[in-house]
Design a protein around this ligand. Structure first.
Ligand code: 26W
Length: 822
């Protein structure tokens, strides 16, 4: 209800009038009749207007300065909600809070009505979203390019402890942020026959019988934090071209017209939920071609409009980043467009292509390395196939020159070999820069999976450690802590993250500790209330909140966490002395499993079953609670990271390329228990030994261990570690669930292995060290001043992990963009 008495400033009063105006004109309602959803919509529209005003200005500026632009191609942009970050970036949070309160609402309550834009699986997609925020904040001209999936990552519903998948209908209320650009729509064609012929002394290409769909761009303008430029995320949606010219189709083309309509209907329908695993589906390949072809046509059109047809200048004006191998087809597509459409010869086109593209690898998991069957590839994109064949022929000459007579290298490094097209090799054969996402990950790329390419050209390999945007991951999600930091060291750190280290001198100060701890306690209470509401379990906010939230994958070792919880539970039951001294703990999990990854889904069931068992066992007097948060995603992560005492980052060393959740927890003052993996290594370097708990095998030890000691070591550990054995046996002895077969697969893979190799992910081998480290944490936690100092040090030393630093590194080493001038 509208209040009449108000203490709004004139500026806030104007904003209020704007919002009411939107309710009137956009929704045809008076303010008294507006639903909260309409209030959200009206707020979003007012924010969009403000961004749009800046947009026109910024657009002109970029054009006049003739700036070089980055196109960041990614199949995933896990943006989450935009209302609060946009308001924060416009520096209008206080105004919107005041006006919404005046209207009888609150900003957080209205913000919650926005559906998460869940256009991503996990780390890679969220990284893209953080990057676009930092690029914009740093005033660098950049466009994110992705698909406008009608359904984002599935909505997870837990039924009887099992994950079930429901469609994520994020567009159900429309998308207030996007602007359709029909005037920039382009056509993308699939399949058909390709033939070549000579004309005017050049080879020409003719296509026939292809299937064509229309790519419709939807732009989401993005503002940075206190910055000048407006960038955008371009989402391509597929539409039917036949709607426009159905009449023109002769009877013979009728079937084709219908086929095209169907194709258009499914291409941008759904995000594939595979993470670190590729299934090789035809539709996925079509999605890939659709995105890259539409984007490249747009890039070349823009270039031509501003710079004419001097294509050799393209690398001065454009840099295209390939986010993991998924958009790799951009490379042969650029060759195709330059040769077939713009009339360049192979060498001229190749010179351009090799100076325009850069590529980031995000995983070393072999199941995730994309390879496509030749037949499929040839059928879907016949012309690109021809181009890749020629690229491969020339590549093999280079390989032969560098590694004479080494046949093995030919197969391993080829674009086309063994009946498959390798996307990673296509990138490695072409791009001017390759990078890994943490120091360790890059070392592994250079020493292992990309070694042969590295030896040929070392200069183009870079290590650029990931980062996160501090605007979303502290300023927005933890306003109380942000205010405390602002009051203590000033506001500069939000744009210059290294300044956070000034907090270190307050780590031991009692008054500061008290305030810091009070905020953490309040955030824990919020999560406890959330759990009560959603899980119906009462949580003690004074217990240790120990959180592991990320995709479910064996290498991330949620399994080790569960086994350890079981071991603690058993010990509480059997050892009264231990029970007495046990400090209460709340173990929180959040994870989606790929729908086809059976074992991962079984681990979710296990976590829920263990929760049932432990949460309801009155003998342990609520000392342990185990909670599974349903439908983990960006918005719930924003709550969880503020409430953690302990952050679980426990992947098998060498497997997690970087991790970025680890950084979000650290920034909000959680202490990490982790392996020397991914960016954990650099977190350790930042905070030092006293403020992080490192355990387990190092990456260089992992392989050696399997090679030298093999399964004998696993048998030995099983025999000798009673706590671990006890936990493992619970999987199959009917204690957790009556059906002793249910978790048999989980037991078997650890103890006996899938292909004769037990304990692939070192769960048993790292268990003892993990257990001891947890004991130490429980002890240290109870020395409050010491523990809170550790938490503060984590926040203080996390400046390095701002994505602003990451983007500056990319820019210095790879992109070379200039910030727009005022
Ligand atoms: C083709 C199927 C598929 C889908 C997604 C294969 C691989 C992926 C991604 C590369 C998986 C991913 O998100 N990797 C994560 O990237 C983050 C950002 O760099 C890193 O922090 C994580 O460690 C890495 O697992």
């Amino acid at each position: 209800m509208t209040k009449t008495t108000s203490t709004l400033t004139p500026q806030q009063q104007a904003l209020k009038n704007d919002i009411i105006g939107k309710i009137n004109r956009h929704f045809g309602k008076v303010i008294e009749e507006a639903t909260p959803q309409m209030i959200y919509g009206a707020c979003a529209l007012t924010v969009r207007d403000r961004i749009m005003e800046k947009w026109a200005q910024s657009h002109r500026q970029v054009r006049e300065e003739g700036s070089k632009k980055l196109y960041y191609l990614s199949f995933e942009f896990l943006m989450g909600r935009l209302l609060c970050t946009n308001i924060l970036n416009l520096m209008q949070t206080e105004d919107y809070e005041a006006v919404l309160t005046d209207l009888g609402y609150s900003l957080p309550e209205i913000a919650e009505l926005e559906n998460d834009a869940g256009l991503g699986n996990g780390g890679l997609g969220r990284l893209a979203a953080c990057f676009i925020d930092s690029l914009t904040t740093l005033d660098l001209p950049a466009y994110g390019c992705t698909l406008r999936y009608e359904y984002g990552l599935f909505r997870q519903k837990i039924v009887d402890g099992y994950q079930t998948e429901l469609p994520d209908t994020w567009l159900e209320h429309g998308n207030a942020w996007e602007v359709a650009r029909p005037e920039e729509a382009v056509k993308v064609s699939f399949g058909g026959d390709v033939s070549t012929y000579w004309e005017d002394g050049r080879i020409k290409v003719a296509y026939s019988n292809e299937r064509t769909v229309l790519a419709m761009p939807y732009d989401v303008p993005l503002c940075g934090y206190d910055s000048k430029i407006i960038n955008k995320l371009r989402l391509w949606g597929a539409q039917s071209v036949t709607d426009f010219n159905m009449k023109a189709f002769s009877a013979g083309d009728y079937a084709r017209a219908i086929e095209e309509k169907e194709l258009a209907g499914i291409i941008s329908k759904v995000l594939y939920p595979e993470d670190n695993h590729t299934e090789g589906k035809e539709l996925r390949l079509k999605q890939q071609y659709f995105l890259v072809s539409a984007t490249l046509q747009w890039i070349l059109n823009e270039f031509e409009m501003r710079n004419g047809t001097d294509w050799a200048k393209l690398p001065d004006k454009v840099v295209i980043h390939i986010n993991d191998t998924h958009p790799t087809m951009a490379i042969p597509e650029m060759m195709r467009l330059l040769m077939d459409e713009k009339g360049l010869g192979w060498d001229e086109a190749w010179e351009i292509v090799t100076h325009v593209f850069a590529y980031t690898n995000h995983t070393v998991m072999s199941e995730a390395l994309e390879k496509w069957p030749l037949d499929l590839f040839r059928r879907v994109v016949p012309r690109l196939y021809m181009i890749l064949e020629e690229m491969n022929r020339r590549l093999m000459e280079r390989v032969e020159a560098f590694y004479p007579g080494d046949k093995g290298k030919h197969d391993w490094m080829a674009i086309i070999a063994g009946g498959q097209v390798s996307m990673a090799n296509t990138c490695l054969a072409t791009v001017f820069a390759v990078n890994g996402v943490s120091k360790l990950h890059t070392e592994i790329l250079k020493a292992d999976i990309f070694k042969d390419y590295y030896m040929m050209d070392k200069e183009r390999f870079h290590a650029i450690t990931n980062g996160i945007t501090f605007r979303r991951w502290i300023a927005n999600c933890n306003p109380e802590l942000t205010a405390l930091i602002n009051n203590t060291i000033g506001k500069g750190w939000l744009k210059d993250s290294e300044k956070l280290s000034k907090l270190a001198e307050f780590a031991g100060k009692k008054a500061f500790q008290d305030r810091f701890d009070k905020i953490k306690r309040a955030n824990k209470k919020v999560v406890a209330d959330y759990i009560w509401e959603h899980n119906g379990v009462k949580i003690n906010p004074d217990s240790i909140f120990d959180i592991q939230c990320k995709r479910l994958h064996e290498y991330k070792r949620q399994m080790m966490n569960v086994l350890h919880i079981l071991a603690e539970y058993n010990r509480i039951l059997s050892d009264p002395q231990y029970a007495k001294s046990y400090y209460p703990k709340t173990y929180i999990f959040g994870a989606k499993a790929a729908p086809g990854y059976k074992r991962a889904k079984l681990i979710i069931k296990l976590i829920n079953s263990v929760g049932e068992l432990i949460n309801n066992d009155s003998r342990i007097e609520d000392k342990i609670k185990v909670i599974f948060i349903e439908n983990y995603g960006v918005s719930i992560a924003e709550k969880l990271v503020t409430a953690a005492d302990v952050s679980e980052q426990i992947s098998t060393a060498g497997k997690e390329a970087s991790g970025t959740g680890n950084m979000k927890f650290m920034l909000n003052g959680a202490v990490t228990i982790g392996t020397m993996d991914g960016a954990n290594v650099e977190m350790y370097e930042q905070v030092g030994d006293d403020n992080i708990y490192i355990f387990g095998l190092r990456s260089e030890e992992v392989d050696a261990r399997v090679r030298i000691m093999g399964n004998d070591e696993v048998k030995y550990i099983y025999a000798q570690n009673a706590a671990l054995r006890g936990a493992l046996e619970m999987l199959i002895n009917g204690t957790i669930v009556p059906d002793t077969n249910l978790f048999m697969d989980l037991y078997n893979t650890l103890v006996f292995g899938d292909y004769g190799q037990a304990d692939t992910y070192m769960v048993l081998r790292d268990f003892e060290d993990y257990m001891k480290t947890h004991e130490q944490i429980s002890k240290d936690y109870q020395d409050r001043p010491k523990w809170i100092a550790k938490q503060i040090m984590n926040t203080a030393m996390s400046g390095f992990f701002s994505s602003d630093r990451t983007i500056n590194e990319y820019n210095d080493k790879i992109w070379h963009l200039d910030p727009i001038k005022s």
